[in-house]
Design a protein around this ligand. Structure first.
Ligand code: PMP
Length: 356
């Protein structure tokens, strides 16, 4: 249980973007943020909501030197009935907690993160946008704040939550994207921190992602670090491939993020009686399926884009075109199902939504 939260209200409040404005992703921030501090003597203490603003970190803070930093990202939706619903909030908080554990940070009880987020969303509820495809993105973060340069887990941490009203990740909802298959650089190795939502993983991904953008690709598809053969995940999404009547996604092996949208998609596909497999999938198998005309759909799943159909996979020797640039049947059905649950127009059979 969270101790009582002190609330220091922002004054004046910021002007909100106009409903017609393109919100982008993470461009605007709400009026307030949540903050709580940790020390080994006091545990988590001083829960407070403050105006969104600087944290005041010592330049010796461990996070700035040794990257003890983890985060998560989830969304709150304004339903057609006007109610606010958070998608799989408890699961996002549990993942934040396990990411922190992997980086030897102070244990953060998921319940504490959930209460903090709910309190913050309630206060800034007017920031949850209502235009179709928009939502409020919630970004909880834990960083090591102790000013100390020895290499060991820090003994002071800051947990904070900031929020940003966001648009659909892709301009027209679910436009097929082209993805570059990265065969030189890797993101995470077995035994590493790929399965945690650690800031360092994103730093590791930037060089390949900039190179892919230069070639005209939206994101990078990462392969395994040992053989450079097996599919892992895409920039900020997990990957699904429909071969014949089987839908395949790589098994969780700790080298990539256990996506919450991934898990939701697997649940829905199983509900619908679609044959799903969590198994290793090599680039050779993918190319072969394409050659035989059996590669029916490829799509990414993630909080930002929900379902993002992949229209092309780029290799050094050319591009595999998938689905003739159109939205696949299953991608469309999944997109409609997940967003329907999120906006409260479809029944929430799995108890994924939390009313705020
Ligand atoms: N992989 C990575 C590296 C990501 O950043 C994300 C986005 N959080 C995902 C996968 C998808 O995860 P989720 O469905 O939980 O958003």
């Amino acid at each position: 249980m969270l101790p009582p939260i002190e609330v220091h209200r922002a004054s004046p409040l910021k002007a909100k973007p106009a409903p017609s404005e393109a919100l982008g992703f993470g461009k605007y921030f709400t009026d307030h943020m949540f903050r709580m501090d940790y020390s080994t003597e006091r545990g988590w203490h001083q829960a407070r909501i403050l105006p969104h603003g600087p944290l005041g970190l010592d330049p010796g803070a461990a996070v700035l030197h040794y990257a003890q930093s983890v985060f998560d990202g989830s969304k709150v939706f304004r339903g057609q009935d006007g109610k606010l619903r958070a998608f799989r909030l408890a699961d996002h908080c549990a993942r934040l907690s396990s990411s922190a554990e992997r980086l030897s940070m102070a244990p953060l009880p998921p319940e504490l993160a959930r209460e903090a987020i709910q309190a913050l969303v309630k206060l800034d509820a007017a920031w949850v946008p209502s235009a179709p495809g928009t939502s409020l993105y919630v970004r909880p973060v834990v960083i090591a704040s102790e000013a100390f340069l020895g290499v060991r887990p820090a003994d002071k941490y800051i947990f904070f939550v900031i929020m940003s009203p966001v648009g659909g990740y892709f301009s027209n909802g679910a436009e097929p994207v082209r993805i570059w298959v990265e065969q030189q650089l890797t993101r995470a190795a077995p035994g590493g921190i790929g399965g945690a939502k650690a800031a360092a993983n994103y730093a590791a991904s930037l060089q390949a992602s900039v190179a892919a953008k230069k070639r005209g690709y939206a994101q990078v598809l990462w392969l395994d670090a040992l053989e450079h053969r097996y599919i892992e995940e895409v920039g900020t999404m997990n990957l699904f491939v429909r071969i014949g009547d089987e839908v395949v996604t790589p098994p969780l092996d700790g080298t990539f993020l256990p996506g919450i949208t991934r898990e939701s998609v697997l649940t829905l596909l199983r509900d619908w009686g679609v044959r799903t497999s969590e198994r290793k999938l090599s680039i050779d198998e993918l190319r072969e399926a394409h050659q035989k005309g059996e590669l029916r759909e490829v799509f990414g799943t993630g909080t930002a884009a929900v379902i993002s159909p992949v229209g092309g996979l780029g290799f050094q020797d050319g591009e595999l075109k998938i689905g003739e640039g159109r939205l696949g049947e299953l991608s469309k059905r999944l997109y409609d199902a997940v967003t329907g649950i999120q906006y409260g127009t479809l029944p929430d059979r799995h108890g994924w939504m939390t009313l705020i």
